[in-house]
Design a binder for this molecule. Structure first.
Ligand code: ABF
Length: 252
């Protein structure tokens, strides 16, 4: 991860080298400042969110946060939270969440997100759509002019049954945007990646903008075989961006 040279404070002439992971941690710690005792918290997934979960665990251990209930967005976050002693529950028991903190893969100027390159988009979307507040935490490499604009994957979770057929329909849907749909694989043998929910992920790559995001979202969800997609439209209430020039907090 490339080092970034940033001022240690706005008035300081002394600079420190921060890695991308440092930036993720700075954004995560800032987000945890929004957490209050007694909250039901959505616990995100990924290398940025894991810093927030670790910080919440630390504050609970220090007695600075009390009566927290965490709702994990993946099995891996569930395991991390258990190891930190964070009390956990689920959406069935707590259908309203006070605050969720989670990362993203892309953030557009309107705070729409692409999520799911980490594979947990379905549970993340279930948890984050049940939140009063959703604070998204990213380093500045995640900022894009439009969703899909990074040239990296926009993930779609699909059922395994005839996934090639579903991938083909997805690719055809965005033919004008130069879409290529690829099954996500993992491991040395290139086995299909399987989500926490037992499904596959088809990653969509675009050469051009997909246009109206709501239209695109509805069209994807209208394909039988699609479970959910990784566009999180109008869901983040705040995005915290850690970058070369410090922290930026963008709110709706
Ligand atoms: C989760 O983790 C995902 O929705 C997103 O795919 C990913 C971001 O990962 P990282 O914080 O490791 O860049 O938030």
């Amino acid at each position: 991860e490339a080092g970034l040279l940033i001022p240690s404070s706005p008035s300081s002439s002394v600079s420190v080298i921060l890695s991308q992971d440092d930036l993720k941690k700075i954004a995560a710690y800032k987000a945890v400042e929004y957490v209050e005792s007694g909250m039901v918290l959505g616990l995100g997934t990924g290398s940025t969110a894991k810093h927030a979960v670790a910080r919440i665990g630390e504050l609970i251990r220090q007695g600075k946060l009390k009566n927290i209930i965490g709702i994990p967005t993946s099995t891996i976050t569930h395991e991390q939270a258990v190891s930190l002693g964070i009390p956990l529950s689920d959406l069935d028991s707590h259908p309203v969440i006070d605050l969720a903190i989670d990362g993203a893969d892309e953030v557009d100027p309107y705070l729409n997100l692409v999520k799911g390159r980490g594979g947990s988009l379905l549970r993340e979307k279930m948890v984050e759509s049940a939140c009063k507040k959703f604070v998204c935490i990213v380093d500045e490499s995640k900022l894009v002019n439009y969703l899909g604009g990074s040239g990296l994957a926009m993930p779609v979770e699909v059922i395994r049954f005839c996934w090639k057929f579903t991938a083909g329909r997805l690719q055809n849907l965005f033919e004008e945007s130069g879409c290529v749909a690829k099954l996500r694989t993992s491991g040395e043998k290139g086995e299909p990646y399987v989500t926490d929910n037992g499904n596959y992920i088809v990653d969509l790559y675009f050469k051009k903008s997909i246009g109206d995001l709501r239209v695109a979202s509805d069209a994807i969800l209208n394909i039988a075989g699609v479970v959910e997609h990784g566009m999180f439209l109008d869901m983040a209430t705040t995005v915290i961006v850690a970058g070369e020039l410090g922290l930026t907090v963008k709110s709706k």
